[in-house]
Design a protein around this ligand. Structure first.
Ligand code: ZN
Length: 283
């Protein structure tokens, strides 16, 4: 079955497996508000389909995702677009003054959706190739397994742009404390092999084998009883949560909002523009 969305493709490539594919290759799968809500709707569809045991998140085009869609942010239309979508969280005030609106948008659309996907009660697998930049991490990290092509790279440019890391602050859990700090401080690029060594990805395979290998892993998992799978996932997530993950995430999200507010006061924009132009050219 294939169902049409504007910015993603939803299909079921094999029995018990649903696949969601980002489909804005012309902008390297930059995440505008529409894409994020469509992605959320697709995750919901797969979660609520009792015939689906495993969900794959993949991407069309040369790169997995270049991050949040700066064109939408610069056009100032993101908050209105969020109000136009059917929101799934309880946050409001997208049109309020000052930091309130920005926090509301990011709490609902960025942090809120990523956290929601992390808690979907079915195994999820990110099938990653090409560049994963900043906001792109917020699609990959909520997934339970990550399979990377050997051309995949990972980077969080937030600190370079005067912000203290992406809104979904999973860095310490993905990379460990010391590597997470370097990743943030230097805004450096991790190769697929670097990510494998850090424990951030499960497997690295050649680009031409990525789709088939991911499907093979998905099928292997999908043969198992769904109730056992979902409770195994819940148990591992509970281990993280019992160690204070929720508090860490909330604290980091507050810091993130403070850096946006600071940049707005000092530079009149959400990010420090010093490195912004250079970053855009390099993308
Ligand atoms: Zn932000």
């Amino acid at each position: 079955m294939t169902t049409a969305f504007d910015t993603i493709v939803y299909d079921k490539p094999t029995e018990r497996v649903a696949r969601i594919t980002l489909d804005r290759p012309e902008v390297r799968n930059a995440q505008n508000t529409r894409l994020l809500y469509e992605l959320n709707a697709a995750f919901d569809r797969a979660a609520q389909d009792d015939g689906v045991h495993v969900i794959i998140l993949a991407a069309n085009g040369p790169h997995f995702s270049s991050g949040h869609d700066l064109a939408e942010i610069e056009a100032g239309s993101a908050h209105d677009n969020a109000r136009a979508e059917k929101t799934v969280g309880t946050w409001c005030g997208f049109g309020c003054a000052g930091a309130e609106a920005q926090m509301a948008y990011e709490r609902e659309v960025y942090f809120g959706l990523s956290e929601r996907w992390r808690n979907i009660p079915k195994p999820t697998i990110a099938q990653v190739h090409g560049k994963v930049i900043t906001g792109g991490l917020m699609l990959v990290w909520p997934c339970d397994l990550i399979i990377a092509a050997d051309d995949a790279t990972f980077q969080d440019t937030a600190v370079d742009l005067g912000v203290c890391g992406v809104e979904f602050f999973n860095h310490p859990y993905e990379l460990g404390i010391r590597k997470a700090k370097e990743f943030l401080f230097r805004s450096n690029v991790l190769t697929a092999q670097d990510a494998l060594a850090a424990g951030m990805v499960n497997h690295v395979v050649s680009r031409d084998k990525l789709e088939a290998f991911t499907l093979e892993i998905a099928q292997d998992i999908a043969r198992k009883p769904l109730f056992a799978l979902k409770l195994a996932k819940e148990a591992v997530n509970a281990a993280q949560d019992a160690a204070g993950r929720g508090t860490v995430m909330q604290s980091a999200f507050g810091h993130h909002q403070l850096t946006h507010a600071h940049n707005m006061l000092v530079h009149g924009m959400l990010m420090d523009p010093t490195n912004l132009a250079a970053r855009k050219e390099r993308k």
